[in-house]
Design a binder for this molecule. Structure first.
Ligand code: F0G
Length: 482
């Protein structure tokens, strides 16, 4: 993909695959879209998929599978214990990561549950480059707390820094010195740092963290859910890795870690998860929880068909032509939006294109959830479903005060190999229209606010009826067009 130049000089992300199965989409009319988002409490999680044109909510469990993955599903060995399918998966993970032990889980957060139950005790701290929602929830549920020690560059929304997911090594050392090593449950690095715009860390940064972990005898845990994107960026952007294969980079990364866990809803383009461990001691500590929460040790809540697809998907992750489609489509979308003066996270990361709602809706205060309001407005304007990644995705503090997020983002995920370039162009077009009319968009307030992970099923309403005005402007500008 990256090596194909167009005669025209145009920078076009060219797909190295073809589409062989399609799903028909529905684009409901704009007045229907307003009704649908109202019924969904202005929460895009509560929309019905039949009412969504481009589902950019997430890449989780919705990446396109390859023909080889589909074919492998047919030869799955359906047995509760000792399945050949499981053996193939375990062998593939050992081959790719070089860590000997594996525990299967039904998805990524299930791995986080087990890790947190075993490693986090009351009062303990988990330093990390940045949190993910479910990760933080499991750590705090077990009495621990999260310390985000991302480098300052990570929180700059617009930047040219190639590795905004890096951890600040000085802050890590200071944190361990301040609290003492016994208070540190483990050090966690998240590949393709989700909540700050799918930003990668460098291999060098991971090696530096390993040195600190060795000095204080700390465990280094890698959340590899978004590893594919991070691997691509390391190969593209890190000078010393340019001549290495994706497989070699993966091996070098894994050799630095004690534990690697992942959501296979992202990594490997299937559905499931698991924990790879370096030592038998760690494996034995966690093993008992797998049959309790997940299922027997040779499936851990995954279907055998998904395990077969995952085994093939992991191997395909080692192929640069398979993992570059997502980041290159995202870069195309980000570049086009930047050209139009629309605020997005730069440089383009993995996972999706992230609109900076704090800037896009500068007139909407954080207490009125600008990223949530933008998600609602974009659905009305386009039938596109994005995901709020801002204050709504945070939890209130123990006194019930709002915790304002560092960034107010509307994440528009590009599940791997799912959308065509004309659909991406449609998204760019409707976002541009919305940006022109951003003054019409107002804030949101809760009607129903759950205590835990409120963004999943909380319900909100618009403050001062702005949605009708947006609808009227759309109808005025687009006439009969959907
Ligand atoms: N870690 C990271 C970095 C993730 O992005 C996710 C899920 C998980 C852990 C949990 O994995 O969903 O399989 O239980 N991210 C999804 C998303 C939900 O939409 O970004 P899971």
């Amino acid at each position: 993909m990256s090596t194909v130049k167009f005669f025209s000089g145009e920078d076009v992300p060219l797909e190295m695959h073809k589409v062989r199965i399609v799903q028909k989409l529905n684009l409901p009319p704009v007045d229907y879209r307003l009704k649908a988002i109202t019924e969904a409490g202005n929460n895009t999680f509560l929309l019905q998929n039949r009412d969504v044109f481009m589902d950019m909510l997430t890449d989780s469990g919705v990446n396109a599978m390859s023909d080889q993955q589909q074919a492998a599903m047919l030869v799955a060995d359906d047995s509760y214990a000792g399945s050949e399918t499981y053996n193939r998966l375990e062998t593939k993970l050992r081959e790719i990561f070089g860590l000997h032990y594996f525990l299967p889980t039904h998805q990524g957060r299930a791995a986080e549950n087990i890790l947190s139950q075993v490693l986090v005790k009351a009062g303990m701290i988990v330093p990390m480059n940045y949190h993910f929602t479910t990760t933080k929830a499991h750590i705090t549920l077990n009495g621990g707390s999260v310390e985000e020690i991302i480098t300052d560059a990570g929180l700059e929304v617009t930047s040219e820094h190639p590795f905004k997911g890096n951890m600040d090594i000085g802050k890590l050392t200071a944190l361990v010195e301040q609290h003492g090593r016994d208070k540190i449950a483990f050090v966690r690095m998240e590949a393709g740092t989700n909540l700050i715009g799918g930003q990668p860390f460098s291999l060098q940064n991971l090696a530096d963290i390993r040195q600190v972990c060795d000095r204080y005898n700390l465990l280094l845990v890698l959340d590899a859910s978004l590893l594919a994107d991070n691997l691509y960026f390391i190969k593209e952007r890190e000078e010393r890795c340019k001549s290495l294969s994706i497989r070699e980079i993966t091996r070098q990364m894994a050799a630095l870690c004690d534990i690697i866990y992942f959501s296979a809803r992202k990594l490997g383009c299937a559905r499931g998860g698991g924990i790879c461990l370096k030592t038998e001691e760690l494996y034995r500590k966690m093993r008992g929880l797998v049959p309790l929460y997940e299922g027997f040790l040779t499936y851990g809540g995954m279907s055998v068909r998904e395990m077969e697809a995952l085994t093939v998907g992991l191997e395909e992750t080692m192929d640069e032509d398979m993992i570059n489609q997502g980041p290159q489509f995202i870069r195309y979308m980000v570049d086009e939006l930047v050209k139009r003066g629309i605020p997005v996270i730069t440089p383009a990361g993995g996972l999706g294109c992230h609109l900076n709602a704090m800037e896009f809706l500068r007139h909407v205060p954080q207490s009125q959830y600008p990223a949530g309001a933008l998600a609602s407005a974009l659905y009305i304007a386009s039938g596109i479903r994005g995901m709020e990644r801002g204050t709504l995705s945070e939890q209130r503090d123990p006194d019930g005060n709002e915790v304002f997020a560092n960034m107010e983002l509307l994440r528009l995920a590009l599940p791997r190999r799912v959308f065509t370039l004309s659909q991406v162009k449609y998204a760019i077009d409707r976002i541009t229209w919305l940006h022109e009319n951003r003054g019409l968009v107002g804030g949101l307030e809760f009607i129903e606010e759950p205590e835990i992970l409120r963004f999943f099923y909380g319900r909100l309403k618009p403050i001062s009826g702005w949605q009708e005005k947006l609808l009227a402007r759309f109808q005025q500008d687009f006439g009969d067009s959907l």
